[in-house]
Design a protein around this ligand. Structure first.
Ligand code: HSE
Length: 304
């Protein structure tokens, strides 16, 4: 028995929503073929378009599916039944890009396995399993990529413990433009440089922005969304990891982008726009800023 799954790229840390707000893209997406077998265990048969580790201990899909299988074995009705999975991954989302490549693999396999097993798990359980994939990939079991990958749209993590996640409204004309400079930024390094304590004045600004961003999404108030896309806590520290980050941001806003920031822990940078006309112009500006540099890059555009 097999299933084909499309699992989307995602943007975590929606500017002011560090670790809590993420969104799913329409494009790019991974293609996953998952088969339920009678051979116990998980077998990563092939990974196409990437040199990702086949080594199960380093692979997010393996870790996520293993967490699911472990739990399933505890609730399994027919204890005699032997269950295993075979995975084939077509990685259209480049690993290390900052647009949720490891999350897409992890979220996709647990979603598919749940269907193949007759849906024994709810969404929150699936997100928990997928978070184990993130733990393997980045050292941190964060949920702001896997939650939107599984739930779709824009998601807010109100609490990690207990896990409490809400899907937010996606405004009709919201588009995202992304540039992925081919430089390496490890999530674990990008977390290590962050401060563990923040100023009360910064916290006040940040939670004002988060609340207003949520209101802006629901009211489809693009002006309010734009004013709320400000991060005074994480971005000022991480921006040094990305060449020409502020130049990109300023120039994209000049031609009408609502605002944007670092996608996940980078190196990708994203900009939100109202409508695809502006989103395309943003891509042109991203090209203008990056084409003279000695850095390879790739751009993407997607509705939300
Ligand atoms: N919220 C996580 C971080 C996302 O910024 O560390 C990593 O993709």
């Amino acid at each position: 028995k097999g299933i084909k799954i499309f699992s989307p790229a995602t943007i975590a840390n929606l500017v002011c929503g560090f670790d809590v707000i993420g969104l799913a893209l329409d494009f790019p997406k991974d293609e996953i073929y998952l088969y339920k077998t009678n051979n116990p265990g998980i077998h990563i048969h092939r990974i196409y378009k990437s040199s990702l580790p086949n080594d199960p201990m380093k692979n997010s899909a393996f870790a996520a599916l293993q967490a699911l299988l472990k739990k399933y074995q505890k609730i399994q009705i027919n204890e005699e039944e032997k269950i295993g999975f075979k995975i084939e991954l077509i990685k259209n989302i480049r690993p290390g890009s900052g647009i949720g490549s490891s999350a897409a693999s992890a979220a996709g396999v647990v979603y598919g396995a749940n269907v193949l097993l007759g849906n024994p798990f709810n969404t929150i359980q699936l997100i928990r399993f997928a978070m184990e994939g993130e733990r393997i990939a980045s050292g941190i079991a964060h949920a702001d990529n896997v939650a939107p990958a599984i739930m779709g749209g824009v998601t807010l993590i109100r609490s990690y413990n207990p896990l409490d996640i809400t899907k937010l409204h996606s405004p009709n004309q919201l588009w995202v433009s992304i540039i992925h400079p081919q430089i390496e930024v490890k999530t674990s390094d990008a977390r290590e440089i962050l401060k563990q304590k923040i100023l009360m004045t910064d916290a006040i600004k940040q939670w004002g922005n988060v609340g207003a961003l949520v209101a802006g999404l629901y009211r489809e108030d693009y002006e309010l969304i734009s004013r709320s896309l400000e991060d005074v806590i994480v971005e000022p520290i991480r921006a040094i990891l990305i060449p020409y980050f502020y130049e990109l941001q300023i120039k994209c806003k000049e031609i009408g982008a609502l605002g944007g920031g670092i996608s996940g822990s980078g190196p990708s940078v994203f900009m939100l726009s109202k409508g695809n006309y502006t989103a395309k112009k943003v891509i042109e500006v991203m090209n203008q800023v990056y084409s003279p540099l000695q850095v390879d890059y790739k751009t993407y555009i997607s509705p939300i």
